[in-house]
Structures are given as C-alpha cells and as structure tokens.
Design a protein around this ligand. Sequence first.
Ligand code: AMX
Length: 441
Amino acid sequence: LEPLYDRLHEILPKHAQDVKEFRAAHGGDTLGILTVDMAYGGMRGIKGMVTETSVLDADEGIRYQGHTLMELQETLPRGPGGQEPLAEGALWLLLTGELPTQEQTTLLSKELARRAELPHHVVQMINNFPAELHPMAQLSAATTALHSESKFAKAYASGVPKSKYWELTLEDSIDLIAKLPVIASMIYRNVFHDGRTVGTIDPDKDMGANFASMLGFSDEGFIDLLRLYLVIHADHEGGNVSAHTTHLVGSALSDPYLAYGAALNGLAGPLHGLANQEVLSWLTKFKTRLGEGDDWHANLTKQRISDEVWNTLNSGQVIPGYGHAVLRKTDPRYTCQRDFALKHLPDSDDFKLVSMLYEVVPDILLEHGKSKNPWPNVDAHSGILLQHYGLTEMNFYTVLFGVSRAIGVLPSLVWSRSMGLPLERPKSMSTPGLKAFVAAA
Ligand code: AMX
C-alpha cells in the first residue's frame, strides 16, 4: 500500500497544520446560537464537531470529499463488466480527498483481499453464535472481538508517540474493512443456510464481487448492486448515530475495532440502520393483507396504500424509510437505487409498490403534520432490490449497511487522529440547571 501511505503522509500532516493555523486565527469565532430546544432535541442543528470525509446538505444530500453520489457513479472506477462504482475507489477518495485511478483502486482491492483472513477465535465465536441471535448483534460482537488484532492498541500500550496514531488507526481500519465481508458472509451462511463456506476471496476481484461470492451469489446484476450499495451507504457526515459513535468511542483512543463495534450497535437501531429491515417487514405485512401469495399486486391501489399508511401512523408507529434528521428532500441514495431499479427491474411488482409509496406517502406525512421531512431515505428502497436478486432474508439487511458504513467512518477516524482531535466531552445540563441558567440570563 506504499502509494496510499505516501499520499497520506503528504496530505494529512499538511491538513493538520492548516487546521492549527485556522484555529490560531479563528478559534474564538462563534458558530451559531444554542437554544434550550437544541439541548432537549437530540442536538439537531448544533455545529459541534468536525468530520472531514463528507458533508450533508439538507436539500442536495451527501457529498464525499466534495463529490455528490451521482458524480461518483460517473467518476469512480468500475468493476469489470459492471456499471456501478467500486467501494475501494470510494475508500481511497474518503481517505485522501482525491479521486483514485483504476490502478490505485486495484491496489486497494488486492490489499483488502490479502488482509481478509479472520483469527481462529473469531471464526469459532461466529460459529458458536445461536442462529436466533440477530445478525447485527453477531456482527458487532465479532468486530469487537477483533480487538485482539489491533495494531493501534498494541502500539499504544508500548508508548507510541501521538504523531503515529493515525498511521496505526489506518492499519487497523484497512484490516477491519477487509475482514467485515468475511464476517458478514459467515453470519449469513450460518443463520440462513447450512453454515458451509461457498465462495472464497479471489485476489484479482474487487470487494463487491468477492463479498457477493462469499454470500453465495454469482449474478452479475447482484454483484453490481452490491458495489453500488457499498458505495452509497458508506458515509453520511459525522452526526448520525453510527458515525458519531465511531468518533466518540475513538476519541477515547479505543482502537478502531472497539469504536466500530460500538457504532454497529447504534446502526442496529430501528430509527437508524435497522430501518431497511423494518421497511421490508412493513411491505411484507402490507402485501399479505392485500392478497394471498403473488396475488397481492392485483389489489394494489393508491387508496389501499393510503389506508395502510394512515393505519400505521394512527397506531403511533413511524413509516419506516421516510423522514430524516437532516435531509429535507428525497435522499439521493434513494434516487441512485431507483435509477438502478429502472434499469434492471422496471417490471418488478415490488418496485412498482415502492414507486407507488413514493407517490402517496409524502402527502400523507405532510397532512399528518409531524415529520419535518416527508421524503424517502436510503432505506425505503434497498430491500426490494436485494429481494429481486434472491437475498430475501431481511434480518440480514442491516449487516450489509454495517459492512459499507466502515468504508466512511473509519477513514474519518484516521483524519481525526491525524488532526489530534481530543476526547469528546460536551457539557450536559440538568433541567433545574437549565432553568436557573435561563432565569439568570
Ligand atoms: N413516520 C411517522 N412519523 C415520523 C416519521 C415517519 N417516517 N419521521 C418523523 N416522524 C415524526 C417523529 O417521530 C417525530 O414525532 P414526535 O414529535 O411524536 O416524536 C416528529 O415526526 C418530528 O420528527 P423529525 O424532526 O421530522 O425527525 P427526527 O429528526 O426526530 O427523526 C428519523 C428522524 C429518521 C428518526 C425519523 O424521520 C423516523 O423515525 N423515520 C422512520 C425510520 C427511518 O426511516 N429511519 C432511517 C433513517 C436513515 C438512516 O439512518 N438509515
């Protein structure tokens, strides 16, 4: 990985120096007003942390190091015979801020393949998990157990200087990104199949192709979908639960395995990554109510959708896959997947259902009057694409998200360590304290 190390040795120390000078000149400038509602309201809108890898605009969506997802679909290197960008390319971009060449992307593919092997105790641990344990709990536990491999933790214990932290964080991050598809595939084969390994890692193939093969899929369309999936779920700036958890836990100098294990537990929540499973579960129940077996689509009307959505809302539940804490327009990650569906499965009944929901749900959420954003997010679409290619086990969907998210938040951890960002420790207040503060103001 010399070319990557060389670039990072040029880029990151220069950036850290730039930040130092910026802080010396503007460290005392204010970033906005804090209100009592913000303190109670999950800190929405507070500009309180720095994430260099990506920035989310409420209307436009995410940009990875300045590039929109639509741009990256055009500019990142693609897999052989495929039309979708490679996750390794996104990884290079998020780490360096530079669009990679094909050669640089291939270098990362080979390196990830080389580092994929799991230690014996983690293999044993995964094979001993009961099939009833949710795949996300298995993924997080196995990730945490990889702590045994941490080069960061070992070097820290032997007194490595702070200036080297980012290099060790990078080593662990690349190792972990390489191992996650293997862990995920083992969990998939154990929980939903006979537990036997199917595909093995081919060092001449990309991450998406190897991951698909280990899951047991060879369809070129599925491989390309997985490549797209791995790219679009990788990063969503710093405040979302999984990114923020990685940053927070990493700020205690817990190594990347411990930090990302914690993040996966957050991703497993229904308001965050588990929403992709929740969407499919909602759709499946709705289809059952519409008709027996495959007959449901004959009874599908906008009125039936509207009734179902109102029933869900009136029973106090959220419509999974809709709304967002920051976005105020349709999530471009939804649009990327919709475009994929229009290209590859335009006649799918499930796609028609998801498209009809897109026409019906936003108006209902507006009329309902609670959600600040009535538009679909990334999770509204992913499930039906996976169903189309035969990955039907919805309890597994968030694991795919978990493999992808590492590609964004771990590079962010590398940037944080290179800037020497400190332990995160915001001030909290009690309600009597807030009342006294407001009274005295
Ligand atoms: N259906 C029904 N009600 C919704 C809603 C939805 N899809 N989205 C928001 N609301 C409600 C909230 O529950 C809240 O109600 P409350 O005042 O009774 O608590 C009110 O609208 C205001 O919420 P908000 O400010 O618009 O959203 P938020 O920032 O608090 O939460 C999110 C954002 C994503 C958790 C929320 O929109 C939601 O629960 N969506 C459904 C779950 C989902 O799709 N999550 C995935 C998000 C993407 C991801 O992280 N993978």
